[in-house]
Design a protein around this ligand. Structure first.
Ligand SMILES: Cc1cc2nc3c(=O)[nH]c(=O)nc-3n(C[C@H](O)[C@H](O)[C@H](O)COP(=O)(O)OP(=O)(O)OC[C@H]3O[C@@H](n4cnc5c(N)ncnc54)[C@H](O)[C@@H]3O)c2cc1C
Length: 502
């Protein structure tokens, strides 16, 4: 993309490192507030995990596909005095998901409360009352955890103390699975109402029940899709940022954050170009921002040792593939759960081993949007949670056999004739998360969202080691997922503007 204008003298300057949703969000917000923003991105296109791959006439969203809380995207356009509809078309998805169980049964749900209740009653007679009570409790968590707290910074321990009574009242010490099991008896429905932490890198058996709010988020605003794919949102934000006068520098990895007198004063790129700035906002992986961009002598809190000891989310193995035929019976979002649940997740999160079995998420955007594939074809991705790089798995060796196993399974169970109808394909392995996406241990979602790594316990939106260095994205508060990282952009906007404009 072209650099759109010259530097304006006397304006306060900010460099944003990385163009994931968090980086794009904060870049738009700061530029709209009158700051002079440079966005440097290591890759050749914007988006980070939401990078769009285009090949052989097919389009594949690299990462996020489930768009919840679309009002947060509207908020971003509104901050720039624009309207989302002039840039993007978001459409609701129904059903939100189809969940397939290993015993051949399935469950679907959508935003229609009465219909979902009917489905619960039909699937597990006797669980309806518990379901209703669970939804009420989840609503209270949602009000506190999302509406009141998600876009507030947690910079001081007193911020945490203030919400402690609420956390206790809402039983945040319980896991999401314990939360669901407190209301639901049917083992499969327990899975349906507890898998959501996996969408943000958490193990449902260990993630605080605060994350039960994700289900409320879906119910409140629905699950959406952007015509043209999530990549269309990324392009729209890039366009908006440039229209506001922001400058984008692609293929420009930052190699250092410049620190003088304890404050960030800019960055240097791997090509040696220096961007001086009054503040730096990093959207790069937080652990690697500290490990790779800031010398140890400036890091009293986030030492290499501390970063090594923290817990990281699982990684992902993703196969993007296009077929020469269509599978109209496959919904937009399908979750295929294997026989094992707790034990499978233990293998991935705790034992860090690659199990023989798996659970999958199958994405078929052509169910909603024919522009994602040539006529008569389907575009898919299938995602498998796998351990991060502490597993020691050699993905250069394992990728092909693992891919074959997944594709054979899909061919036999859900996509007959698949093996003969694939016309284009690419893989994303934990090694790619570690290298191409520059993520410590190749984790898919940065720090695991367990209680002792949430809110004040998560790396703050303002660095605790280097003044005038701020963070947005999955590794800071509130956490991973598009709504989470867009909230972090809102928080960072406030912190940077308070520092530079007052
Ligand atoms: C396969 C997959 C599916 C997902 N599905 C969903 C979903 O359906 N819904 C949902 O809400 N969330 C989903 N998520 C989670 C969500 O995508 C992420 O939490 C979110 O997009 C992360 O955004 P981020 O702001 O942290 O930045 P990232 O997307 O992590 O981007 C960081 C950027 O920083 C750049 N960078 C790194 N180092 C440097 C450097 N030194 N210099 C310059 N640039 C650098 C990287 O190249 C990258 O572009 C999914 C994630 C994955 C991986």
């Amino acid at each position: 993309m072209p650099e759109s204008r010259k530097l304006t003298p006397n304006k306060r300057r900010v460099v944003v490192i990385g163009s994931g949703f968090g980086g794009l969000g904060v870049a738009v917000r700061l530029q709209a507030r009158g700051l002079d923003v440079d966005l440097v991105e290591a890759r050749d296109k914007l988006g980070g995990r939401a990078y769009m791959y285009v090949q052989d006439g097919f389009k594949f969203d690299g990462g996020p596909t489930v768009i919840t809380a679309p009002f947060m995207i509207d908020d971003l356009f509104r901050a720039a005095n624009r309207r989302t509809n002039d840039y993007l078309k978001l459409v609701p998805i129904d059903p939100f998901y189809r969940i397939e169980f290993s015993d051949g049964r399935s469950f679907e749900y959508n935003q229609d409360e009465a219909e979902t209740e009917r489905r619960v009653e039909a699937f597990a007679p006797g669980d309806l009352d518990g379901y209703r009570r669970m939804i009420q409790h989840a609503r209270a968590i949602f009000q506190k955890g999302f509406v009141e707290l998600a876009d507030r910074p947690f910079l001081k321990f007193s911020d945490m103390l203030r919400i402690a009574p609420d956390l206790l009242r809402l039983q945040s010490h319980k896991s999401v699975y314990q939360f669901a099991s407190g209301y639901i008896r049917d083992p499969m429905l327990r899975r349906v109402f507890s898998f959501h932490p996996l969408l943000v890198g958490g193990n449902p058996f260990q993630t605080t029940s605060i994350y039960a709010l994700i289900h409320s988020l879906e119910r409140q605003w629905g699950v959406h899709y952007a015509i043209g794919g999530t990549g269309a949102i990324v392009s729209a934000l890039g366009k908006l940022f440039q229209e506001l006068g922001g400058r984008i520098h692609l293929s420009s990895p930052a190699s250092n954050i410049l620190v003088e007198g304890g404050s960030a004063t800019g960055i240097r790129t791997a090509a040696g170009k220096v961007f001086k700035a009054d503040a730096v906002v990093s959207n790069a992986d937080v652990a690697n921002t500290y490990r790779k961009l800031i010398p140890p002598r400036f890091r009293r809190k986030y030492t290499d040792n501390k970063l090594r000891r923290m817990r990281y989310s699982m990684s992902l193995f993703v196969i993007y593939f296009g077929t020469r035929k269509q599978y109209p019976e496959i919904k937009h979002h399908t979750i295929i759960l294997g026989e094992r649940y707790r034990e499978l997740l233990e293998d991935i999160f705790l034992k860090k081993k690659l199990p023989d079995d798996f659970s999958l998420y199958l994405h078929r955007p052509t169910a909603t949007d024919s522009s994602m594939a040539p006529e008569g074809c389907d575009s898919f991705y299938v995602l498998v949670p796998v351990p991060h790089q502490q597993s020691g798995i050699d993905w250069k060796e394992m990728a092909q056999p693992f891919r074959d196993k997944i594709m054979r399974f899909l061919d036999q169970r859900y996509l007959p004739g698949l093996m003969d109808s694939v016309v284009t394909e690419r893989l994303l392995t934990p090694l790619d998360f570690e290298t191409t996406l520059n993520t410590y241990l190749g984790s898919g979602f940065s720090f695991e969202p367990i209680f002792r790594q949430s809110a004040w316990f998560r790396p703050h939106n303002e660095s605790e080691d280097v003044r005038n260095l701020f963070f947005v994205g999955a590794g800071t508060h509130p956490g991973a997922g598009v709504p989470g990282v867009l909230s972090s952009a809102k928080i960072a906007e406030r912190l940077v503007c308070d520092r530079l404009l007052n």
